[in-house]
Design a protein around this ligand. Structure first.
Ligand SMILES: NC(=O)c1ccc[n+]([C@@H]2O[C@H](COP(=O)([O-])OP(=O)(O)OC[C@H]3O[C@@H](n4cnc5c(N)ncnc54)[C@H](O)[C@@H]3O)[C@@H](O)[C@H]2O)c1
Length: 373
């Protein structure tokens, strides 16, 4: 099989996962990487044998078709624009952007240049999320009426990079929300509106014993750092299919007992596992059952396969079909997430302006390493 050549911009923490997982997909060949801290890219050459170079050289390479953007969220839109301006298709990490206007610029440039935009998360293409999607499509719980999506945690308060998670462009919604909201759109289709209230549990958080290099000029171990975003966002997403999903995205919770996602339908209920993972356990309850019943997974890719979205995009480029983890989906998910704070500030329901198609489900029985043409 002729491979699709890939370049990676941003060689930080998540990049190892991409360098490793991309090898699972016959169609992907990572041929170049760069980072604005060149020693980080050089380290990946050492570890994975992928040549490192400047961003300029990477973007000038004629053989590279798709560039994967693994920079921090605030840089996503700018780097996406640079990739598109270099005439390459872009696949970005989540979130698609940190504000709607920048994300719209990326969508507009891609359209103008007739290039593709892809975006993480691609965990919804994993075995557990595709099984949940199939159960809905096959009518196991009837028509979905309502449900819950619970991102409840204390937050990475004492991590070396902790201030990042409490800064603009992150917080529980923009950092974790993409997994949950994308999972919901995959199961239920696009949303219509958001009604929410949001708050901040505290104005500062306490650092742990290790401060990351990039924060050492500002912070010392166990010092306080500011919380710049809301850390408890709660509301209801109304989906076009009619389902009302109650969402909590919080970094203000020490412990809870809720499953990540539950969907309640006319014929039963379904528990969906952590959408930040590719696998997990699905349970269904229907009238007549004595308790929840575990449902075996119908689809593969249950282990970490980040880059499956880029692989699907590479196949789609060949055949001309739509790719699943696409920009329209990611842009809609971004608008839904941003609507929580918007609704809270305005004290009203926010009617969404964007929409998307429900991504096509993956077929059963895929050969490992291959995806549909
Ligand atoms: N770390 C995780 O577990 C994880 C998991 C899933 C998704 N993500 C997402 O992946 C993205 C990257 O996260 P990370 O944890 O790897 O961050 P990171 O800070 O460890 O890595 C980002 C890298 O991008 C580089 N960079 C920044 N601006 C750049 C620019 N303009 N040009 C070239 N390189 C630039 C930085 O030097 C750094 O090496 C984020 O969007 C994050 O939300 C991270």
């Amino acid at each position: 099989m002729e491979t699709t050549k890939i370049g990676i911009i941003g060689c930080g923490m998540i990049s190892d996962t991409y360098f490793k997982a991309a090898k699972k997909f016959n169609i992907l060949e990572v041929v170049a990487c760069c980072d604005n801290q060149p020693e980080r890219a050089a380290k990946k050459t050492e570890l994975f044998g992928v040549p490192s170079m400047t961003k300029k050289k990477l973007l000038a390479r004629k053989d590279i078709k798709i560039v994967i953007n693994l920079t921090p969220p605030k840089a996503h839109s700018q780097i996406d624009l640079e990739i598109l301006n270099a005439g390459k298709h872009v696949y970005s990490e989540k979130p698609f952007g940190v504000d709607a206007a920048d994300a719209a610029k990326v969508m507009a440039l891609a359209k103008k240049k007739n290039l593709r935009v892809g975006c993480a998360p691609d965990t919804f293409l994993g075995g557990a999320q595709q099984t949940a999607r199939k159960l809905i499509d096959d009518g196991w719980i009837g028509k979905p009426l309502s449900g819950t999506a619970m991102i409840l945690e204390r937050g990475p308060e004492d991590w070396p990079q902790a201030p990042f998670f409490y800064d603009y462009g992150a917080g529980p919604m923009l950092d974790m929300g993409p997994y949950y909201i994308t999972s919901l759109v995959n199961m239920l289709g696009p949303a219509e509106s958001v009604t929410a209230v949001t708050a901040k549990g505290s104005e500062t958080r306490t650092y742990g014993p290790v401060v990351a290099d990039e924060y050492k000029d500002k912070y010392t171990p166990f010092c306080q750092y500011p919380v710049k975003v809301n850390t408890h966002l709660t509301g209801v997403i109304k989906f076009k299919c009619g389902a009302l999903i109650t969402v909590i995205a919080s970094f203000d919770c020490h412990m809870h007992g809720h499953p990540p996602i539950e969907i309640y339908g006319t014929e039963g209920s379904m528990q969906v596992p952590d959408p930040n993972m590719f696998g997990g356990v699905i349970r269904v309850f229907k009238p007549g059952y004595e308790a929840w019943k575990e449902v075996p997974l119908t689809h593969g890719y249950t282990e970490n396969s980040r880059s499956i979205g880029a692989a699907d995009m590479a196949y789609a480029l060949r055949s001309g079909r739509q790719h699943r983890a696409n920009g329209k989906l990611a842009n809609h998910v971004l608008e839904i997430m941003l609507a929580f704070d918007k609704s809270s500030a305005a004290k009203k329901e926010i009617v969404l302006k964007t929409t998307c198609d429900r991504p096509e489900a993956l077929p059963l029985g895929l050969t490992p390493g291959l995806l549909p043409e």
